[in-house]
Design a protein. Structure first.
Length: 690
């Protein structure tokens, strides 16, 4: 059992778990990124160190899964809308991040008398990179930063070009480089993209709508899609990391960033599989060859210097071309410098083909170690500078109270939709209040039974949110009048946003949402959302906002639009607004001056009747209709707002959300600005339009 290398599976796993527990703690003590710990441990206990563990098939298997999950999560967390806005930057940066190291690596190979094919292969080895430090950037909250988005998007270009060069070199050495080779390669690549862009989203939406949306089943389903894509990438002649990244992009809009499913994926990857990948990388290192073979030392120095110069040159180009600050440039460099996935693949292929010798392999492994330490360290250090700069640019945000969200719980069927919506709107920051789940118990003869039912419902809500690491505080109240009880709970807990479910009362057609909601609206000035969900939120692709005439005069309009934008970003949808009897240009000017900038398309319709006949009747089922409503007696109120929710329920198949903005009194109490644009300016613009 204790002979070296250890083969007992229980003891092997125990040693690995001890490493994953202690090494990150030691790295934090040394003020180094925790990702470096398993790599150093792999060098010490691996076959070229003390020989405690062997880099066998089990560690390789778990390490491969960890590698694919790193790339898959990067695709899932990528800001698709940001990538669309900066796609030209990503393509240019990705090409330069490939070109400069490729040129340097090829030159190093030719200078050291490698063959042309081997020199080109060395160039492709230096040009690729692995997003090893992306988990650090994600943890710091930089996944939506424009520089990070540029670097992550450029990874697809860089690694695709590097692996394409690898496939061509391998084909030329084996004598298969002909027209058939390129035809099969392009056809396989086309099928892979078609599978991910069309097949996976359609299949996933069907699965979420008809099977389930959470739990072990859907987690396993996502893993099945990931490895199908990785396998077909291998069949296409590429490395599986390309398939993993494309699968992440394909499922990006369907997995909520702050939902339980995403949290389970991150937790599984970071707790188990990614550490195994880092451990397996360290086991490849043989330090003794650096001392015994001077040629290896020279090659290693040239490779390390070359990849640093090449990647940093590409990052400097981004600074001068796109005006990124130095901290953002250093983070881009930190993301693109680590060499692991494609680098290992190209090195092992070159070694098997006889293009690279053992000295080359060892030099590449040292380069991997150095870059895997340097990259995460740069992100850890300079990512914090980016955050500090962003906070200095927006000091007014620090004076605004944190969002306090309350969900009145009435049934298990509506619980998941309300919690998903609340988790999108809650900022995942230290000190942010929990989500408050409210259970109201009416006094009755069977009060004990009613208490047990409400407590079970609130416990289920807490369990669901806990899976996403979102705290939920249960609030129970006993009262005869439900509206009064809700209003008191809102005041006592200082709630800023109430999210509840749609519930019609057919015996009271004169009321909008039934007597309880009408009374509650009259008693409060807080923002209220009423959700009627006909399908899971993560399957929606479009958000359509209906803006009644004069809505821009409402005190909480800017805040409401920012909440809608946040929902839109979280579900990865497009945002469009329809104005009623108001020129679209007025809202376009308004949105252009709002902070943060909102990417919104605005259309105009003449009347409420035209809204149904021209707009709502032609909507697809994957659209979330948001009615920006207001309380009776306010400036934007219209009698049609009483009828519209019932019409939406009867005449459309879309999910819809009724949003009541915060009233002026509540905004003044919270210390926020009532409106960001002077009303006089808007009145003048409206007058000119008329």
């Amino acid at each position: 059992m204790f002979e070296r290398p250890i083969s007992d599976p229980v003891l092997v796993f125990l040693i690995c778990m001890i490493i994953f527990l202690l090494m990150p703690m030691a790295m934090r003590f040394l003020k180094l990124p925790g990702l470096i710990g398993p790599i150093l441990a792999g060098i010490l206990i691996g076959p070229h160190g003390f020989g405690l563990l062997h880099r066998g098939s089990t560690i390789e298997l778990l390490g491969t899964v960890g590698l694919l999950l790193i790339i898959f999560i990067a695709g899932l967390e990528m800001d698709i809308e940001g990538f669309k806005n900066y796609r030209n930057r990503s393509f240019r940066f990705g090409f330069l991040s490939f070109f400069f190291p490729f040129l340097i690596g090829t030159g190093v190979g030719l200078w050291l008398d490698y063959s042309l094919a081997a020199s080109i292969l060395l160039g492709s080895i230096l040009s690729s990179h692995t997003l090893l430090g992306y988990p650090i950037a994600s943890r710091l909250g930089l996944s939506k930063n424009k520089a990070v988005t540029t670097a992550v998007g450029g990874t697809l270009v860089t690694d695709s070009l590097a692996l394409l060069v690898l496939a061509i070199v391998a084909g030329s050495v084996s004598g298969e480089l002909n027209a058939m080779f390129f035809s099969v390669l392009m056809l396989s690549l086309f099928f892979l993209i078609l599978l991910n862009v069309i097949g996976f989203p359609l299949l996933t939406r069907w699965f979420f709508q008809h099977v389930t949306t959470e739990g072990i089943t859907v987690f396993t389903f996502i893993f099945v899609l990931l490895f199908i894509s990785a396998f077909f990438a291998t069949v296409a002649g590429f490395e599986p990391i390309i398939g993993a990244f494309v699968a992440g992009l394909a499922l990006n809009r369907l997995i909520l960033e702050r939902g339980p499913l995403m949290n389970r994926i991150r937790f599984t990857a970071n707790a188990l599989f990614i550490p195994f990948f880092l451990l397996s990388v360290g086991m490849l290192m043989d330090v003794r060859l650096l001392v015994s073979e001077p040629r290896t030392l020279i090659l290693t120095g040239l490779l390390v210097t070359g990849v640093i110069i090449g990647k940093f040159t590409a990052s400097l180009f981004a600074r001068y071309r796109y005006r990124y600050n130095q901290a953002e440039v250093n983070v881009m460099f930190g993301l693109t410098i680590p060499q692991a996935a494609a680098t290992l693949a190209a090195t092992l292929v070159g070694y098997d083909l006889g293009l690279l010798d053992q000295s080359s392999v060892n030099g590449v492994i040292v380069m991997i170690l150095v870059t895997c330490i340097l990259g995460p360290s740069m992100i850890e250090k300079y990512g914090r500078y980016i955050l500090l700069n962003e906070e200095r640019r927006t000091p007014e945000q620090t004076r605004t109270r944190s969002e306090r969200i309350m969900l009145p719980m009435t049934s298990p069927e509506s619980m998941q939709g309300l919690l998903d919506l609340a988790m999108m709107l809650r900022k995942p920051e230290i000190g942010t209040p929990p989500i408050y789940s409210l259970g109201i118990i009416p006094p009755s003869v069977e009060i004990e039974k009613e208490v047990a039912r409400v407590e079970e419902l609130l416990a289920d809500a807490s369990d669901y949110a806990t899976a996403a690491e979102v705290p939920v505080q249960a609030v129970t109240r006993v009262g005869h009048n439900v509206a009064d009880t809700m209003g008191k709970a809102v005041i006592e807990e200082r709630i800023t946003l109430v999210i509840t479910r749609w519930k019609t009362k057919k015996n009271m057609p004169q009321r909008v949402f039934g007597s309880i909601m009408d009374q509650f609206l009259n008693q409060t000035t807080q923002s209220i959302m009423i959700l009627h969900r006909k399908q899971p939120l993560d399957t929606l692709r479009r958000v359509l906002v209906i803006l009644p005439k004069g809505m821009y005069y409402t005190a909480g309009f800017s805040e409401a639009m920012q909440r809608i934008q946040l929902i839109t970003k979280n579900i990865g949808a497009t945002l469009c607004c329809v104005t009623i009897s108001t020129p679209a240009s007025i809202y376009q000017d308004y949105f252009a001056q709002m902070k943060p900038d909102l990417q919104i398309k605005v259309r105009h319709t003449e009347s409420w009747k035209a809204l149904f006949t021209e707009t709502l009747s032609s909507l697809e089922n994957d659209t979330l209709v948001v009615l920006m409503s207001c309380r009776k007696g306010t400036i934007a109120w219209h009698p049609e707002l009483n009828k519209l929710p019932t019409k939406l329920e009867k005449s459309t198949e879309q999910s819809f959300l009724i949003l009541y903005p915060t009233e002026r009194k509540q905004m003044e109490e919270r210390g926020t600005t009532a409106t960001e644009i002077p009303l006089e300016t808007l009145i003048k613009k409206e007058g000119k339009q008329r």
